[in-house]
Design a protein around this ligand. Structure first.
Ligand code: FE
Length: 531
């Protein structure tokens, strides 16, 4: 970390010198360049490897939407691929676009430490900060990312009301093949407020990414040949195994950013979990991303014309990481094995047995949603209905004996149970919002039922067997992230009463299962989709 911080400081000095250089009339300098270098025009090749939303997938696993039988991903495979690419072509860099925390329990139980320390062996040249890096609080994030031996970048998250960046490292400059490459890191402002838990980001604020991008481009343009932006923004995680495939819609924010702010050569983006088999091009900016969770390594190759000072051609490729095709990197394997053994002391304790696989889903009822909301509803007898955002559930759990680790991997967030008292009319507004989401919908506890028309509105809501009454008060329990207005559930903020129990949802689900010893996952027709 020390090295790039020094580089960053010396850049501020360089920047001032460049402003002086600019005083040489532009036209004259261009003529000199033309005369003396015309015959020396050179096309340089650069490989930009890219990852995003690794989400703590340190180990290979079955990703059923890719293969039912072959394991995919994992850091030991990823590290090997990166090493091979860098050995075969020294002008290769690896950029990550954030959300390395939160996924399998190894991240939650170490509050990200296992992830950062393992990432030190990945060969990353620069990474930005994603919303999930704040899952255990911004102070924890700062503590953890200090251990990174690679540059982590962010230039638009500040201490509230000050001009002091929380992580004071907006960009770096790397040199490859004699090319100076400026790399900027930003977090989409909307994505920040939409998907971080406000309790975890108290005292800090994200500011307009466009404004800061313009500022950093202005600083970098005179002293670099190429500018790359690593950004975490856009439509949140397409986490469902049956997801949307409209690449342009999912990366719309990036397309728009490139339109509004010219001057970026390449955007490596995250948050959408949307891979770009073919790179998108918007306003001359190349946009790339992977399908996330370490299932693949992105490889963007560019040809840069040193005379015209621009990229003249490019091609992108998403390399699916099949465990049986790649050797483990031994340093990485040692590191991730160490962390797995550490956390398994806690995580491997069995809790209960499942008679069937527990499955999550988006846009409809899921057996996992039913378990979690029933456990929340059982927390306090006043609760009329418990709800949960489908997006909070991250991993299915196989039938058989299950452990605390399985539960944490399914729900890796330290969210607490919040009880809110709301009018029936307010509850309807909340469900209307849920129905309107492209990739969400609220899971509900067994004392409730509702029907909705997708991407539109809620039709009927029944609570304890009766249609909801606009004027009646109801106690609605929800994860604190939702009750604090996350995912756009703003109506919770107008509740008549608001009680944050401070009790972790994951603990409540654990108790719920322990009491039952054996649990049967089921669908009960709680959510009806009416097309
Ligand atoms: Fe994200």
């Amino acid at each position: 970390y020390g090295d790039h911080r020094d580089l960053h400081l010396s850049l501020r000095r360089q920047r001032q010198m460049c402003i002086r250089d600019r005083l040489i009339p532009r036209r004259i300098s261009r003529v000199i360049f033309f005369l003396s270098f015309q015959s020396l025009t050179e096309v340089k090749e650069l490989t930009i490897l890219h990852t995003n939303d690794l989400h703590a997938h340190l180990f290979p696993r079955i990703a059923p939407w890719i293969s039912e039988s072959r394991k995919i991903g994992g850091f030991a495979n990823l590290a090997t691929l990166v090493k091979q690419e860098k050995q075969s072509n020294p002008s290769t860099i690896l950029i990550d676009a954030g959300d390395y925390f939160s996924g399998p329990y190894i991240s939650t139980l170490t509050e990200g430490e296992a992830v950062i320390k393992s990432m030190n062996y990945l060969g990353i040249d620069a990474a930005c900060i994603g919303n999930h890096e704040f899952d255990h609080g911004w102070d924890n994030m700062l503590e953890q990312i200090k251990a990174a031996e690679f540059p982590i970048l962010n230039g638009n998250i500040f201490y509230e009301g000050t001009d002091e960046l929380v992580w004071d490292n907006p960009y770096i400059i790397l040199e490859r093949e004699g090319l100076k490459i400026g790399i900027i890191g930003l977090h989409g402002k909307f994505a920040f407020y939409d998907t971080t838990n406000s309790k975890m980001t108290e005292g800090i604020e994200a500011r307009d990414e466009e404004k800061y991008l313009r500022q950093y481009i202005e600083e970098l343009e005179p002293i670099t040949d190429l500018i790359i932006l690593s950004v975490h923004q856009g439509m949140p995680a397409r986490q469902s195994t049956i997801g949307l495939t409209d690449v342009e819609r999912n990366l719309y924010k990036d397309i728009l950013l490139a339109q509004n702010v010219p001057g970026v050569d390449v955007i490596v983006t995250g948050h959408a979990h949307q891979g770009t088999d073919k790179a998108l091009v918007s306003n001359g900016t190349i946009i790339v991303s992977t399908n996330a969770t370490s299932t693949e390594l992105g490889k963007l190759q560019i040809q840069y014309d040193t005379d015209r000072k621009r990229i003249v051609s490019h091609s992108n490729q998403l390399i699916t990481i099949y465990d049986d095709e790649v050797e483990d990197d031994t340093d990485m394997l040692r590191e991730i094995t160490y962390w797995q053994q550490e956390v398994d002391k806690i995580a491997s304790v069995p809790i209960a047995s499942l008679t069937k696989k527990l499955v999550r889903a988006y846009g409809k009822e899921s057996s996992m949603g039913n378990l979690f909301t029933d456990a929340i509803a059982a927390f306090d007898e006043r609760i009329d209905i418990a709800v949960m955002n489908s997006g909070g559930l991250r991993q299915d759990i196989d039938a058989g004996l299950i452990s605390k680790g399985d539960l944490i991997s399914a729900f890796p967030f330290p969210n607490t149970i919040v009880m809110t008292k709301l009018k029936g009319s307010q509850v309807k507004l909340i469900f209307d919002h849920a129905a309107g989401m492209t990739n969400g919908v609220l899971q509900v506890s067994k004392n409730a039922k509702y029907s909705f028309s997708p991407r539109n509105k809620v039709l009927d809501i029944w609570i304890k067997g009766e249609l909801i009454n606009d004027d009646q008060d109801y106690w609605v329990a929800a994860p604190d992230i939702v009750a604090r207005g996350g995912d756009g559930y703003l109506e919770f903020l107008n509740s008549i009463e608001y009680i944050d129990s401070g009790v972790l949802i994951i603990d409540e689900v654990e108790n719920f299962l322990k009491e039952r010893k054996s649990y049967e996952p089921k669908h009960e027709g709680r959510i009806q989709v009416i097309e």
